[in-house]
Design a protein around this ligand. Structure first.
Ligand SMILES: [Zn+2]
Length: 342
């Protein structure tokens, strides 16, 4: 099969097309013919060698949608031919977290495309248990955004933050691939969304995604503006996709009494919460949202099918152009997400 094999960590040019044997199936696995795989910043981190626990050579790429081509020994479904989307975390199904439905905390979790081969290929082998069925009306390219973009933000809004009708929600980093889908997910929960952006280039797209107001985080007092725009009380929920020292402090300031802060920044770079007494005295909640579990992936697929969330696929690349896709992502040329179609 054709695959992009990373043999040495480094620049995008290291993503080279090769002809390699199709993966052999182990017990409980499904072979997926990849229909589309999304490209995100995490994959560029894996490529550079900055992600934890990645061994080479590796076929990278998580956020996979495709069709089941075959089942390995002991795998009971989904049947060959079924269209599916693949969860990012390969889980054991048996540890205390998996049994509690918190498979993103599985003690044996491995990330597809980092700790096991991923979707920059014609075929990928994944645990059959981690495949979620996809309706015929949801294109593979759209669905490829579910595991690491739409699924996590749906989880953050509906379960982690528990956003309720008419609440004021601030999305920090709303111009990024995660943030712009979080605006939609918060709207789908019935919230009124205030988007906080560093660069105003994406402001139009963010408004189109459902943000009522856009504020600039270049203004050091943006949190005061967010409080004022939240009825003067402060926000009910802040979703912080940046999570550095400055945004965490401002996010706390933007939050009203009883508010919930969800930390979703991937590169905290020493981010700290400097106002712990606020958590106590005004009963704020601070929590994290790592990635999407099976049920969040299924919920995100439903929202896509119902048209309540739109997958923002900005550009589509061929497999052999994986390096160009990474350059575009790293140059922040993409609004929403880029997708590779093998
Ligand atoms: Zn487990």
């Amino acid at each position: 099969m054709r695959a992009i094999v990373l043999r040495e960590f480094g620049p995008p040019e290291n993503l080279r097309l090769e002809e390699v044997p199709a993966p052999s199936l182990r017990a409980g696995e499904a072979l997926i013919r990849v229909g589309a795989v999304n490209v995100d910043l995490y994959q560029t981190v894996v490529r550079r060698g900055a992600a934890v626990g990645v061994e080479l050579p590796r076929i990278i790429g998580n956020g996979i949608a495709g069709a089941v081509a075959a089942l390995g020994p002991g795998a009971t479904g989904p049947a060959p031919g079924t269209r599916v989307v693949v969860c990012n975390n390969a889980s054991c199904g048996d540890c205390r977290y998996c049994r509690a439905g918190r498979d993103t905390l599985c003690v044996e979790r491995s990330i597809v495309g980092a700790h096991r081969d991923g979707g920059y290929a014609e075929f990928v082998a994944v645990p059959a248990r981690d495949c979620v069925e996809l309706p015929a009306t949801v294109p593979f390219a759209d669905a490829s955004l579910v595991p690491n973009t739409i699924g996590p933000v749906v989880k953050a809004c509906s379960r982690t933050a528990g956003i309720r009708l008419a609440e004021n929600v601030v999305v920090v980093g709303a111009g990024g691939g995660m943030g712009i889908h979080a605006v939609q997910a918060a709207r789908a929960c019935g919230a009124r969304v205030i988007a906080a952006l560093r660069s105003m280039g994406a402001a139009g797209a963010v408004r189109e995604a459902g943000a009522e107001v856009v504020v600039s985080t270049r203004n050091p007092d943006w949190h005061a503006e967010a409080r004022r725009l939240s009825g003067g009380w402060g926000a009910d929920v802040v979703l912080d996709f940046v999570a550095n020292r400055e945004t965490l402090k401002s996010s706390m300031e933007a939050l009203g009494p009883g508010g919930r802060l969800v930390v979703m920044g991937y590169f905290p770079r020493g981010g700290v919460l400097e106002t712990p007494t606020w958590v106590f005295s005004e009963e704020r909640t601070v929590t994290g949202n790592r990635s999407a579990g099976r049920r969040d992936v299924a919920a995100a697929v439903s929202l896509l099918r119902e048209g309540r969330i739109k997958a923002l696929v900005d550009r589509t690349f061929r497999l052999e152009d994986a390096a160009a896709a990474h350059r575009a992502v790293e140059a922040k040329e993409i609004v929403g997400r880029a997708v590779i179609v093998p």
